[in-house]
Design a binder for this molecule. Structure first.
Ligand code: C5P
Length: 238
C-alpha cells in the first residue's frame, strides 16, 4: 500500500469504478490509487467475477461503493442489505422504481451502510421510457422517483450529471437534509467519451452540486491511474 496519507473522503470526491474481472488486477489498482481517491466502486462485473470477499478486502483500503442496483420484493432486498453490510461497504444502490415498500425495507435493514436510490439509468432515453410504459420526459421521471426515494428515507441518489442541479435545488444541500448525490457519466477534459453520452467534466459536476463523482475507464485505462486521479482532483479543488 502507498505510504502517503489517504485523503479524507470529504476532501476527495473521486470514486473510481473498478469494472474489471481479475481480482489481482483490481487489488493492485486499488492499492496504487489509495492515496489519490476518496472511494472505490464495485459493480456487478467485479462482484460477479470476484465475489463478496472483494468488497471486504477493498474496504480495508478505502471506502467502498457497492453498486448492485437491487430491485426485488422487499424481503429479498432487506435480506441482501443485511447480507452485504458485514462486508463493510459505505454505500449500496437500490432502484427507486422498486417502489416505496422495497425502499423502506432497504432503509430499515441498513445499519452501518448508506442506501442510494438509482432514479433513471443514463442509458435510457425518453423513447426507451415510453417503451416500458413511462410517459413524460426523463427529468419528470427522475424527479418523481427521487421524491419517492427521499420520502422513503434513502441517504442519497445516483443521477446523471445533467440532473444534479435539478435534484440539488429540489432537496437542498446535504447539510440541510438533502441527498448525497453520487454522479457517474464524468469525463475529464480530453478523455474519450466511450459509451457515455450525457457527460460533464469533473469540475462542472462538482460545481452543479455533486458530492461524489464516479469515473471508470478514463482513470483505470490510463497509463498512470494515480497521476490521472490526482490531476482530476487538482481540477475540482482549483
Ligand atoms: O468507465 P465509466 O467512467 O463510463 O464508468 C462509469 C461507471 O458508472 C460504471 O461503473 C457504470 O456502471 C456506472 N454508472 C453509469 N451510469 C449510471 C449508473 C452507474 O455509468 N446511471
Amino acid at each position: 500500500m502507498s505510504e502517503e496519507p489517504r485523503v479524507a473522503l470529504k476532501d476527495n470526491p473521486i470514486c473510481v469504478a473498478l469494472d474489471l474481472t481479475d481480482r489481482a488486477e483490481i487489488m493492485t489498482l486499488a492499492e496504487s490509487l489509495e492515496s489519490g481517491v476518496g472511494m472505490l466502486k464495485v459493480g456487478l462485473t467485479a462482484y460477479g467475477s470476484c465475489g463478496p470477499e472483494l468488497v471486504s478486502d477493498l474496504a480495508q483500503i478505502t471506502d467502498v461503493f457497492l453498486d448492485l442496483k437491487l430491485h426485488d420484493i422487499p424481503a429479498q432486498v432487506a435480506g441482501a442489505v443485511s447480507a452485504v453490510e458485514p462486508l463493510g461497504p459505505r454505500f449500496l444502490t437500490v432502484h427507486a422504481s422498486g417502489g416505496r415498500a422495497m425502499l423502506e425495507a432497504a432503509v430499515r435493514a441498513a445499519d452501518d451502510i448508506e442506501i442510494l436510490g438509482v432514479t433513471v439509468l443514463t442509458s435510457l432515453d425518453d423513447d426507451d421510457l415510453s417503451d416500458i410504459g413511462m410517459n413524460g420526459t426523463s427529468s419528470d421521471q427522475v424527479a418523481r422517483l427521487a421524491d419517492l426515494a427521499m420520502s422513503a428515507g434513502v441517504d442519497g441518489l445516483v443521477c446523471s450529471p445533467l440532473e444534479v442541479s435539478l435534484l440539488r435545488s429540489r432537496f437542498g444541500p446535504v447539510s440541510a437534509g438533502g441527498p448525497i448525490l453520487v454522479v457517474p457519466g464524468i469525463r475529464p477534459h480530453g478523455s474519450d467519451r466511450g459509451d457515455q453520452r450525457r457527460t460533464m467534466t469533473p469540475a462542472e459536476a462538482i460545481k452543479a452540486g455533486a458530492d461524489h463523482i464516479v469515473i471508470g475507464r478514463p482513470i483505470t485505462g490510463s497509463a498512470d491511474p494515480l497521476a490521472t486521479a490526482r490531476a482530476v482532483l487538482a481540477e475540482v479543488i482549483a
